[in-house]
Design a binder for this molecule. Structure first.
Ligand SMILES: NC(=O)c1ccc[n+]([C@@H]2O[C@H](COP(=O)([O-])OP(=O)(O)OC[C@H]3O[C@@H](n4cnc5c(N)ncnc54)[C@H](O)[C@@H]3O)[C@@H](O)[C@H]2O)c1
Ligand SMILES: O=P(O)(O)OC[C@H](O)CO
Length: 334
């Protein structure tokens, strides 16, 4: 299977960087966003200053404010909208696409309405014959725009489709691995955002490198426990979409989830920090959904529990940390 044309949905940081990558690789690509104003500005200036200031985009990207026109004749739909807009975008696409349906997404998170993984939502909308793939891994959009070396995973139960999606993105600085564990790749990308908030809180409170390393390691244990309960492959979570993205977002201040945690750890107010970041912070909604999933499957996730308590129950960071440190001692096992 070879794919040579793509419609990217979402002209935020990630959708714009992916569209630019695909265009620079020589494939036909259209870019759509729910904000017609942003699409028109990108078409005119060849920049996306709201999300990727100062960077110039490929002239080959076709900017379309109307979804039906953006999708017309394109072989692959690539969604890079936030998880809370994912189901709605699928429904809009369903109204303007004909089979065969081929969908991929760089969205990280779960559907906030149902708490389900995005492939389950896509399957319901497009049926069992649709080709589905998720892209996930340690990938800050701005570094991809700058052509800095990056590696990512393209996951689909249909490895030929995963490879076809990978082939659109792959180049000398962007390495794409394939994986058939669609669930595991999405689980890693969702849980790491919650853990990045925890790492940010720790650093914001002035804790040191010891605490950060402990949070990353025990956070990985939580991710793997949930993965095991849901049927994800442990190897996937030890790869780019699991530990790779966890390290990136827990340690680098480019991460918006980490920056949110930093602000909360410094005692600042949630709404103020959110407004200052001004971009999508997926870990906020995901903390609620992953904590609900953990309880439903009786999986112990104490770090996720405390992030949830911090965000949704008004628990102070000092109390959350105390609760984590004073848990019942136990052997160090996954
Ligand atoms: N930015 C990155 O480096 C990066 C990298 C990998 C994955 N992601 C993931 O990509 C997804 C998008 O994040 P982003 O960083 O591009 O966000 P962003 O904040 O940069 O941009 C958000 C975009 O989503 C659009 N949007 C907002 N609500 C919407 C809705 N309800 N329906 C349709 N569109 C909507 C906005 O118009 C905007 O174009 C997230 O799930 C994020 O975790 C981001
Ligand atoms: O800025 P964040 O925390 O949403 O992270 C962006 C990407 O998910 C990093 O892989």
């Amino acid at each position: 299977m070879a794919i040579s044309s793509v419609c990217v949905l979402g002209a935020g940081s990630w959708g714009t960087a992916l569209a630019n990558l695909i265009a620079c690789n020589g494939f036909a690509v259209s870019l759509w966003d729910r904000s017609a104003e942003r699409i028109e500005a990108i078409a005119e200036t060849r920049r996306n200053d709201r999300y990727l200031p100062g960077l110039t985009l490929s002239d080959a990207i076709v900017c379309e404010a109307e979804l039906a026109r953006a999708a017309a004749g394109r072989e692959l739909m690539l969604l890079a909208v936030p998880s809370h807009g994912f189901a709605d975008c699928l429904a809009r696409l369903r109204a303007c696409l004909q089979p065969p349906y081929r969908l991929a997404w760089g969205t990280k998170g779960l559907d906030p309405h149902s708490g389900r993984f995005l492939h389950q939502v896509a399957r319901d909308c497009f049926g069992p014959e649709a080709s589905l793939a998720a892209l996930s891994g340690p990938t800050f959009a701005i570094e991809v725009m700058k052509g800095l070396p990056t590696a990512i995973t393209a996951a689909s139960p249909d490895m030929a489709f995963a490879e076809a999606v990978a082939a659109l993105l792959r180049n000398a600085f962007f390495r794409v691995y394939t994986n058939d564990d669609l669930l595991g790749v999405q689980l890693g990308g969702a849980v790491k955002n919650v853990l990045a908030i925890a790492a940010g809180v720790s650093d914001g409170m002035g804790f040191g490198a010891n605490a950060r390393a402990a949070l990353i390691t025990r956070g990985l244990a939580e991710m793997m426990r949930l993965g095991s309960a849901l049927g994800a492959k442990p190897k996937t979570l030890m790869g780019l979409a699991g530990v790779g993205d966890l390290i990136l977002t827990c340690t680098d201040d480019q991460s918006r989830n980490r920056r949110l945690g930093l602000g909360l750890g410094q005692g600042r107010d949630l709404e103020t920090v959110k407004a200052e970041i001004g971009q999508e912070i997926e870990g906020i909604g995901t903390a609620r959904l992953i904590w609900a999933l953990a309880r439903r499957h009786r999986v112990e996730m104490p770090i996720v529990e405390q992030v949830h308590a911090l965000l949704y129950e008004g628990v102070a960071p000092q109390i959350a940390v105390r609760k984590l440190l004073l848990r019942e001692p136990k052997p160090e096992a996954l």
